[in-house]
Design a protein around this ligand. Structure first.
Ligand SMILES: Nc1ncnc2c1ncn2[C@@H]1O[C@H](COP(=O)(O)OP(=O)(O)OP(=O)(O)O)[C@@H](O)[C@H]1O
Length: 308
């Protein structure tokens, strides 16, 4: 018999009045996977997480976690789930250790073994030296790690994280991901919503969400193969002017600013290169062109171009 997926949704739908925040969402996530749900603000990620964790009822469709129906989840099922929302509640006046004790009490962790679990989590998040510091006095990255530790206090089998590294510096983000890999090694299923495409690259599989719909869902490598044609990277001294000039010559949003460089999506990269060179040189703009392997951001841009 095939193993029960850790997370499964079928035709999951959430409407707020006229707005479909999540539409026809079908997901199947095996146990032990690190799954990334990626999309910009308002894509429907948080709404999806709220339905997956049983906090919000769907308008229609099914949602199962570890085989159990989240619309009527009992305590036994809830105790196998961890959730770190965007505005998770740390008590700023309580110390790191007191916050963990508070969450352990909410989860009804027996006193015996509780402090050992807290010590383990403090070590795991490299928070031991800060155990007596009030949570309000922690750095942004440390607060997020403490939030994660609180979500893990009851040893959940499936962990849901809503943009856990939003606004966190790159070093702390790396630290945070190191912890997530540690959890994977323990067999925990991790479902992370993020707006960062570089984080999506770290996931086993990624779902790209836009206006409530899943546009694509696969491994990062397979997703990048979906980019049609080729991607050219253009370096010019005045990228903003170059975008304006090239957008006239290449309609349909195929020219996009990527930092200080431009990306040009082309069915025939050779022909596109010659055309881009002649258009830019006519404007007196020098340009260096090179083909680049597509990134997930390229895929997202190219999928969004196809949206009505
Ligand atoms: N309780 C609600 N009532 C009405 N509309 C809502 C509600 N919650 C979310 N929405 C709307 O549903 C859409 C999806 O929101 P959602 O928060 O799920 O997106 P998101 O991808 O998580 O983005 P963000 O990171 O900004 O929260 C948005 O248009 C949002 O305004």
């Amino acid at each position: 018999m095939p193993e029960t997926p850790a997370i499964r949704t079928e035709k999951l739908h959430k409407r707020f009045g006229e707005l479909s925040a999540v539409e026809e969402l079908n997901l199947e996530i095996p146990a032990g996977e690190l799954f990334g749900l990626v999309g910009s603000d308002g894509a429907g990620k948080s709404t999806t997480l709220r339905m997956l964790t049983g906090i919000m009822d769907p308008t229609a469709g099914e949602v199962r976690v570890l085989g159990g129906d989240m619309r009527r989840a009992d305590e036994a099922l809830r105790s196998k789930i961890g959730y770190m929302s965007q505005r998770f509640g740390l008590y700023p006046d309580l110390t790191v250790q007191e916050n963990l004790r508070f969450y352990a009490d909410i989860q009804m962790i027996p006193r015996r073994g509780r402090d050992a679990r807290i010590d383990e989590l403090l070590e795991f998040g490299k928070l031991t030296p800060f155990r007596d510091r009030p949570a309000g006095k922690l750095s942004g990255g440390m607060k997020q790690k403490l939030g994660l530790a609180c979500a893990l206090v009851h040893r959940p089998r499936v962990l849901f994280l809503d943009e856990p590294t939003n606004g966190v510096d790159p070093v702390s983000r790396r630290d945070f991901w190191r912890i997530l890999y540690g959890l994977l090694a323990e067999g925990v299923t991790v479902f992370v919503a993020t707006a960062y495409l570089d984080e999506a690259e770290r996931c086993g599989r990624v779902g790209l969400m836009h206006r409530g719909r899943l546009l694509a869902c696969d491994t990062p490598r397979n997703l990048k193969r979906m980019v049609k044609g080729g991607v050219l990277e253009l370096a010019t001294p005045d990228p903003r002017h170059a975008v304006r000039v090239l957008s006239g010559a290449f309609p349909g949003g195929s020219v996009v600013l990527f930092g200080e460089k431009l990306h040009l999506f082309a069915a025939d990269p050779g022909a596109a290169e010659s055309k881009a060179r002649s258009v830019l040189e006519a404007e007196g703009l020098e340009v260096a062109v090179r083909p680049v392997p597509p990134t997930l951001e390229d895929l997202l841009v190219s999928l969004l171009r196809e949206q009505p």
